[in-house]
Design a protein around this ligand. Structure first.
Ligand code: HEM
Length: 494
């Protein structure tokens, strides 16, 4: 493929309405031989190069952060693996522009899991904002959050103070505590309490819910995951053919029946918006067991990973900030107190910048368009799939000094706040809001609150902690080794 730069792009007319002052460059890269090359690229992506090197090597080879390549999984799960990768802070945001890209059936990438996993429905995450159901279903989530917001903080404190009680008992008994195992159960219980005012305790989901949800999510994401098993086995079982939903029918029914039984108010709200009951429950199940549960399961250990590796002086600064803000609110953890915690917010954003919990985003060009990297403009044709690896966009050194380094107070102060727009963890700039007419994460505000609440709960109880961190197929595993308790006065009651 040619790497040549053409002179200044003049507006070419036709449907491309995006003139650029940057030199026009043909998109470098290519797709190789059909089927064979995309299987080889899949092996490169998962095993031979790994995902970071897969992209880094091509950036170097083509001298460009925009190029053509195959995206996993390829044959025989995805019909067409050909994509245009966008890997810098400037080109990546094309994926948020609904006038330029279509987000229909593209939530998981170049393949879409069978709707057999979701009761036969295309649930909200797979809908483009131009589809009327997108508005109804997203509004439903916004209404649920608005109606339940008074419960988010007290329920979090109740469930996560129990988690830390259990963690302390395990540390006393065994000298270590697997945070992920405790977090999976706490998260599952918390989500039901927060969204529906219901406990899973004593229900058919009580102890098995997290495993059922995890299996169901893994079946859908298997084509783009590596579970660390021998590669020929993973290739055969996970990456070559989609896993059939019928194997999980029983588990799914247990989750569905439980949600039907506890989500009465939410279902009524759905019916008011014109969403039939059955479709509402399948959507709520996806919002709970996929969107929210996965956010907790991978997002929260992701934050602890950076804190575990950080200097204890960061723990001390977080504890001081959190305790002062809570003291100002009369010892209560309130939303106003959380909003005052600038360093706490910065730490959460910095972890989301370093390791975006949802790494890959995709969109299909709605028309011929021009995208710009820092150095060049590129023509994309209608129907081509654009694929962003967010980690590269948010570590871009042209926007973030020392972009590959965790800097806890990067987003503190006026200059720090200016950088927040380049953190796009929720499928759009952190400074913007989700709405029914965009594809920004419906749980942006609640997700950011939950992440900060974890730090609040921890540093009200502890001055510092030590933990071992290892890499997992989804996120990190955190094994607590010790905690240093805060003076009694800091650990406020609910
Ligand atoms: C760390 C936490 C979270 C992260 C990193 C995250 C990330 C994302 C991303 C990147 C997308 C866009 C995917 C795409 O279309 O390409 C998305 C969409 C979505 N997220 Fe989240 N999310 C989080 C938490 C939540 C929570 C708590 C909910 C609660 C229900 C939620 C619900 C949704 C929904 C419904 C969509 C689709 C939005 C639409 O169709 O307009 N997410 N999220």
């Amino acid at each position: 493929m040619s790497n040549k730069m053409e002179p200044l792009l003049s507006h070419a007319g036709g449907e491309d309405d995006d003139p650029s002052k940057l030199p026009l460059r043909e998109i470098p890269g290519g797709y190789g031989v059909p089927i064979l090359s995309s299987i080889i690229d899949r092996l490169n992506f998962f095993y031979w190069q790994g995902h970071d090197e897969y992209f880094a090597a091509r950036i170097k080879k083509y001298g460009s952060t925009v190029f053509r390549c195959n995206a996993p999984p390829g044959p025989f799960v995805a019909g067409d693996p050909r994509v245009i990768a966008v890997l810098d802070a400037k080109s990546f945001p094309v994926l948020f522009d609904n006038t330029k890209v279509e987000k229909k059936n593209i939530f998981t990438g170049t393949f879409m899991p069978s709707t057999g996993f979701t009761g036969g429905y295309r649930v909200l995450s797979y809908l483009d904002p131009s589809e009327p159901n997108h508005t109804r279903l997203k509004q439903l989530l916004f209404n649920i959050f608005a109606g339940r917001k008074a419960h988010f903080i007290p329920e979090f404190r109740r469930v996560y103070s129990q988690l830390f009680d259990d963690l302390e008992s395990q540390l006393t008994g065994a000298g270590k505590s697997d945070f992920n195992a405790l977090n999976d159960h706490a998260a599952f219980e918390y989500i039901f309490r927060a969204y529906f005012g219901a406990s899973t305790a004593g229900s058919p989901l009580g102890s098995t819910g997290p495993d059922k949800a995890t299996k169901w999510v893994l079946f859908q994401l298997a084509p783009i995951l590596s579970l660390g098993k021998p590669w020929p086995l993973e290739e055969l079982l996970l990456h070559t053919f989609p896993l059939p939903p019928c194997l999980l029918k029983k588990d799914y029914k247990v989750m569905f029946d439980f949600i039907s039984s506890v989500a009465g108010d939410a279902i009524k709200e759905a019916e008011k918006l014109g969403v039939p009951r059955d479709e509402a429950v399948h959507n709520l199940l996806f919002a709970v067991c996929f969107n929210t549960y996965v956010a907790f399961k991978s997002g929260i250990p992701g934050i602890l990973k950076y804190l575990a590796d950080a200097d204890p002086s960061l723990h001390a600064r977080l504890a001081a900030e959190i305790r002062a803000a809570v003291a100002e609110e009369g010892g209560q953890v309130t939303l106003a107190a959380v909003e005052k915690m600038e360093l706490t917010a910065s730490v959460v954003l910095e972890t989301f910048r370093m390791d975006p919990p949802v790494r890959y985003q995709y969109g299909k060009a709605k028309r011929d368009l021009t995208i710009e990297s820092h150095d060049a403009a590129f023509r994309v044709r209608k129907g081509e799939v654009i694929f962003g690896y967010q980690t590269f966009a948010t570590r871009d050194e042209r926007v973030f000094k020392d972009g590959g380094r965790f800097v806890a107070d990067r987003f503190v102060g006026e200059k720090g706040r200016e950088l927040m727009k380049y953190v796009v963890w929720a499928n759009g700039p952190h400074t913007e809001q989700a709405s029914v007419s965009n594809k920004m994460c419906a749980g942006k505000n609640v997700g950011f609150l939950f992440a900060r609440l974890l730090l609040v709960e921890m540093f009200l109880r502890y001055d510092t902690f030590k933990a071992d961190v290892s890499v997992e197929p989804i996120g990190s595993r955190i094994i607590f080794k010790s905690i240093t308790k805060a003076p009694a006065a800091a650990a406020t009651p609910n």
